[in-house]
Design a protein around this ligand. Structure first.
Ligand code: ZN
Length: 417
């Protein structure tokens, strides 16, 4: 029998509308050995408000794995008590979230305004997309592929030398609002592309032979919300009919086994799949763009955090992609390149196998559209800071990731189809 403290429903009521405090909030990592343990976490999650960091939701917890989650200050004693009484192995990854919240802005860069070594808010990123385009007219052009629920522009930067019928690598960042390192990487990538073009032979060749389409922030509304209201927000900010809860998980909203597994049909959940595939304007805009450019897009990279993984299809099913052996070999080589700089260790493999089943993801969708090289990056770290990776790690994270991206891009160039 599980020992459990029954709490009132009051805790639940405040669940998704609590303000930003973070003082005394903790992030736990619990080792889950068996079904009993999973049931216990389910029970906890139904009693107190739990913000799952990894996996993304309670339904995705598997035996013999770990689960990272954040709890409010007033619930930390309850959680520790339940875990101890039931003899679950756990550690406190973050003992006071507020400290890390402040520590994430630790960049030594003094500059006001845009900086590649700082986290930039949306206004700053938006202005940057214009400025970097204006300053590099021979290499960058900017377009708008759609607007968000709240009416913001979704910018796309085309990076490469002039030319017709060039193969394309599509890369997006900022699916999940709280994964700030992701948009930071997309900005870094664009800067490195223009900075090293004509200087470094590898990048020069890539930009002459193909175009990178870079979408710096997909979930703009959610990103703005993490800056203004709730740092830990993940989803979009669309309203849901008949619910007081906001937002859909964009990475559960694609037409790839939509909402079959590892996704929620409840608008209050962080993995809510939406009312239908592509129900979100952001999903629709991205999917439409890719469909329109399918003949030229040869690879799709989508940048998330955290957990240091390079993932390829499938995540919506345990089936393996047709070119599994190739993807596995390419992923292995890419993570070796990545590790060569600072020794950062990545795991790699098909999503369902190395993390968990999750339907409706953009990587699976892109692959099923015929894009043979489709990868999800889960950037640093493995939980020490989680979504609150300090700014002082932007440079190292971006540089190592760039090595993997360049390797993959070159591989794609050598294996055009
Ligand atoms: Zn993510």
């Amino acid at each position: 029998m599980l020992v459990f403290l029954v709490l009132g429903a009051a805790a639940l009521a405040s669940a998704h509308h609590s303000g930003e405090h973070f003082e005394g909030e903790k992030v736990f990592r619990v080792n889950v050995e068996n079904e009993n343990h999973i049931n216990l976490i389910h029970e906890l999650a139904s009693t107190i408000q739990i913000d799952f960091w990894k996996p993304d939701s309670v339904s995705q917890i598997k035996p013999h794995g770990a689960v990272d989650f954040r709890v409010k200050a007033e619930d930390t004693d309850t959680v520790e008590d339940v875990l101890k009484r039931n003899e679950l192995q756990y550690e406190v990854l973050i003992s006071n979230l507020r400290n890390l919240l402040e520590a994430q802005f630790d960049s030594q860069v003094r500059a006001t305004g845009h900086s590649y070594e700082k986290y930039n808010d949306w206004e700053t990123i938006e202005a940057w997309t214009e400025q970097v385009t204006t300053e590099n007219p021979d290499l960058i052009s900017r377009s708008v592929i759609g607007t968000t629920f709240e009416g913001r522009n979704m910018y796309l930067l085309k990076v490469g030398t002039a030319g017709t019928n060039k193969p394309v690598i599509f890369m997006d960042c900022g699916f999940h609002a709280r994964e700030w390192i992701s948009p930071a990487f997309c900005q870094w990538f664009v800067r490195e592309a223009v900075r090293t073009y004509g200087q470094e032979s590898y990048m020069t060749e890539l930009l002459e032979k193909l175009d990178f389409y870079v979408l710096p922030v997909l979930n703009v509304d959610g990103y703005v919300y993490t800056w203004t209201k709730e740092r830990m927000w993940r989803k979009t900010r669309s309203t849901n009919a008949g619910s007081r809860c906001y937002g859909t998980d964009l990475n559960r909203n694609f037409d790839a086994g939509w909402c079959k597994t590892g996704a929620s049909q409840s608008p209050c959940d962080d993995t809510y799949c939406g009312t239908a595939a592509e129900s979100e304007k952001e999903t629709k805009a991205l999917a439409d763009f890719i469909r329109q450019h399918l003949s030229s897009i040869k690879a799709y990279f989508t940048i998330h955090s955290y957990s240091q993984m390079l993932i390829y299809p499938y995540s919506y099913d345990y089936k393996l992609p047709e070119n599994n052996a190739e993807l596995n070999a390419v992923a292995k080589a890419a993570v070796e390149k990545l590790a060569s700089l600072y020794g950062t260790k990545y795991t790699y493999g098909p999503g369902a196998e190395i993390i968990y089943l999750a339907a409706g993801g953009s990587d699976d969708w892109a692959y099923d559209q015929g894009i043979k090289y489709s990868f999800t990056f889960e950037l640093r770290d493995t939980g020490r800071y989680g979504f609150l990776l300090p700014e002082s790690q932007i440079q190292a994270t971006s540089e190592e990731t760039l090595l993997a991206i360049k390797y993959l891009a070159n591989y794609v160039l050598e294996h055009l189809y």
